[in-house]
Design a protein around this ligand. Sequence first.
Ligand SMILES: [Zn+2]
Ligand SMILES: [Zn+2]
Length: 132
Amino acid sequence: MENTRNTKQKQLILEVLQHTNCPMSINDIYQKIVSQIPHIAKSTIYRNIDALLKQNLIDKYYLNDNELFYQIKQSSHEHNHYVICDCCKKMFQLPLCPIHTIEDAMKKEGFTISEHYIQISGICKECKAKHE
Ligand SMILES: [Zn+2]
Ligand SMILES: [Zn+2]
């Protein structure tokens, strides 16, 4: 009953991601899942995450020096970008996606952008205050 088990694991990963506002790393997800399925391998989680990405149920982000983070898919038109503070690793959501303007311009050139990532690094207000 491989399929049933897979479905259950996927369901659990989706549940974990539904209960958070911020994208989670594989390690974050693993910590949550392992408390419910004690002997689950990290590779199993990777496999399920891949399947969920293919099913278009979750989004992936490259943050924090290209570490991958995952989040439940927002509405099909909307998506968010995040930055992580280099010091305390707190996550912030960007107020908007600046790529849309670029995307429109590229469309006029006949180029279709399928995916895009925004990589921003820096430190937050609290950490900046500590260093001043
Ligand atoms: Zn900080
Ligand atoms: Zn965007």
